[in-house]
Design a protein around this ligand. Structure first.
Ligand code: ZN
Ligand code: MN
Length: 497
């Protein structure tokens, strides 16, 4: 029997607001001194009144729109009751049957095509305090209590641990892009529980799921799900198909999930409407106002960079994963086109040149940015904002290569100097005398090499083609590396035949 995994995610994202969800305390969860950032509201004193944070609602709407969710014009808060030391009121203010938004999806271009992952809902709620367990006691820090959260619940649409991880990474990218959250998993700003069950391939039924808690890195999400697939496959193979929902925790050190408890039913939480907060009413006008603030999202950008510039998906993903690198590359590209358009080497408008040389330009831009420049950045630990090379200079540099005024060995020397000094590529080329030797100069050198290597020339003429490499090398050496190897090869072949 072939089994397939059915995976869904529940994600909590801390919102980057000025103040907490229902009180005026600063929303500053980097505080190191415990219980400093608290007030009677977020510590649940009797008789206090919560007031909903407008900025949190706006950020929630923004997140929902980016995930193509339908905003409910009317939503409300509910109390979710459970008893735990980090929850001072004995209930969490959340949203139950009328969440902020419902029914959305996220589309992501993957190597094997466009994938659409459904999203069930997004609601607002408050974070709990934090327990610190010691040997003989547990201490509680309430600084985090009342931090605004959105909870995002996906549909069980993921078919592999990798897909779940990619979704989470995309979500992080969007949260950061829209400045909704820093969404750092290590800091707990993005937290994820994963639900997984197996079913026979082709079966449409959903079997009781296992919820994995405590996944605090992308790696953990991927590894824990992979582990569960193996564990549950064994259960299926030995006729012990799980017939109850279960909660398990991920043990990072041992690389296993461990049983925690059987899952509460919704009724255990005794949800009921929060009487101290009015419903949230959002007009279409307000929704449209927020919608206008949403910039191009990663997947739109992905598709545009592929279609417009001819980059590969893998290249675009690298650009998107390095802050600012995608827009740097776009600037370089358009400056480069402008150089080609204004120069007299190629006829035509920028659009015509782009159409004719699309692949060549894409290859040139991507290889020099993603291989050579990125390598220098990684080696020196520099980010895009630290770059001394302006997009204009980078474009001018690419033009020198495009026009074969420097060969790639010299180009690397120029790039390194530009990287360190921010200098102008043409100046550096002149200064270091790296201009590619062309025309009659190479002609001369090639002829010299032919007459100086009579036996190799003879071997070549008798059909030993590899000797050509030796002769090209000799010319390159004589030209002090400044000849264009391709031109040398062509000339050698012409003269030897
Ligand atoms: Zn407070
Ligand atoms: Mn929640």
């Amino acid at each position: 029997m072939k089994l397939e995994p059915v995976i869904g995610l529940e994600i909590h994202v801390q919102l980057k607001t000025k103040s907490k969800m229902f009180c005026a305390c600063a929303n500053d969860f980097d505080l190191t001194e415990p219980n400093k950032n608290i007030c009677p509201i977020c510590t649940g004193h009797p008789g206090v009144l919560p007031v909903a944070n407008k900025q949190a609602i706006v950020l929630g709407v923004k997140a929902a729109l980016a995930l193509n969710l339908k905003i409910n014009e009317y939503s409300k808060f509910d109390r979710k009751s459970y008893f735990y030391p980090d929850l001072p009121k004995g209930y969490q203010i959340s949203q139950y049957d009328k969440p902020l938004a419902e029914n959305g999806y996220l589309e992501i271009l993957l190597p094997d095509g466009e994938k659409i992952f459904g999203i069930e809902r997004l609601h607002l709620e408050e974070d709990a305090a934090k327990n610190f367990h010691h040997d003989d006691c547990t201490l509680i820090d309430f600084n985090r209590a009342g931090t605004p959260l959105v909870e995002i619940v996906t549909k069980p649409d993921f078919k592999s641990p990798q897909e779940a991880k990619i979704f989470l990474q995309e979500l992080r990218m969007i949260m950061r892009l829209l400045n909704i959250s820093d969404a750092d998993m290590e800091k707990g700003q993005l937290r994820c529980d994963a639900n997984i069950s197996l079913r026979p391939l082709g079966d449409k039924k959903l079997y009781p799921k296992t919820e994995i808690k405590n996944l605090n890195s992308f790696r953990a999400v991927e590894y824990a799900l992979a582990y569960e697939i193996k564990r549950q496959t064994k259960l299926w193979e030995t006729n012990q198909v799980p017939d109850n929902q279960e909660t398990r925790g991920w043990n990072e050190q041992q690389g296993i999930t461990v049983e925690q408890r059987t899952k509460e039913e919704a009724s255990d939480y005794r949800y009921f409407p929060e009487p101290d907060l009015p419903p949230i009413a959002i007009t279409l006008e307000e929704i449209n106002f927020i919608k206008k603030q949403i910039p191009e999202l990663p997947n739109q950008k992905r598709q545009r960079l592929i279609n417009e510039y001819g980059f590969k998906l893998s290249e675009v993903n690298i650009l998107l994963n390095i802050p600012g690198f995608d827009s740097y590359a776009e600037k370089v590209y358009s400056e480069f086109l402008a150089w080609l358009e204004s120069g007299d080497e190629i006829e035509g408008t920028a659009a015509e040149i782009q159409a004719e040389y699309k692949n060549k330009i894409a290859k040139l831009v991507s290889s020099w940015l993603l291989n050579n420049l990125l390598q220098l950045m990684n080696k020196s630990g520099k980010s895009v904002t630290d770059l001394k090379i302006t997009p204009e200079n980078m474009a001018e540099f690419l033009r020198l290569i495009f026009n074969r005024r420097v060969n790639s060995t010299s180009a690397q020397v120029i790039l390194e100097k530009m990287f360190n000094t921010g200098g102008d590529p043409s100046n550096i080329m002149d200064e270091l005398d790296l201009q590619q030797t062309t025309g009659s100069d190479i002609d001369q050198i090639v002829k010299e090499v032919i007459s100086e290597n009579k036996s190799q020339v003879e071997q070549y003429k008798q059909g030993k083609v590899v000797v050509l490499k030796f002769l090209i090398g000799a010319v390159m050496k004589k030209s002090k590396g400044k000849a264009d190897p391709k031109a040398v090869e062509e000339m050698l072949i012409k003269l030897l035949n």
